[in-house]
Design a protein. Structure first.
Length: 71
């Protein structure tokens, strides 16, 4: 796997090395249900956002169920 951790995948997307898609790898933990703004996850965190520019890594226990946009 080119991106062995959620952190490495996140960095690759943020730098433009990888495009944001629905076929991104995941890294363990339960799959979220009905959360299209979650692009990937690991045991402890979700990678969330509406596009590559606003992606964040959010702890699972802090996920409120929607993307919070600053503005």
């Amino acid at each position: 796997m080119m991106y062995p951790t959620l952190d490495s995948l996140y960095e690759a997307i943020k730098t433009g090395s990888v495009g944001l898609s629905f076929s991104l790898p995941t890294y363990g933990g339960a799959e979220p249900v009905n959360a299209p703004e979650i692009w990937s996850w690991d045991v402890d965190r979700y990678m969330v956002g509406t596009c590559a520019a606003d992606l964040s890594l959010i702890p699972r226990d802090e996920w409120a169920g929607d993307v919070k946009l600053e503005g």
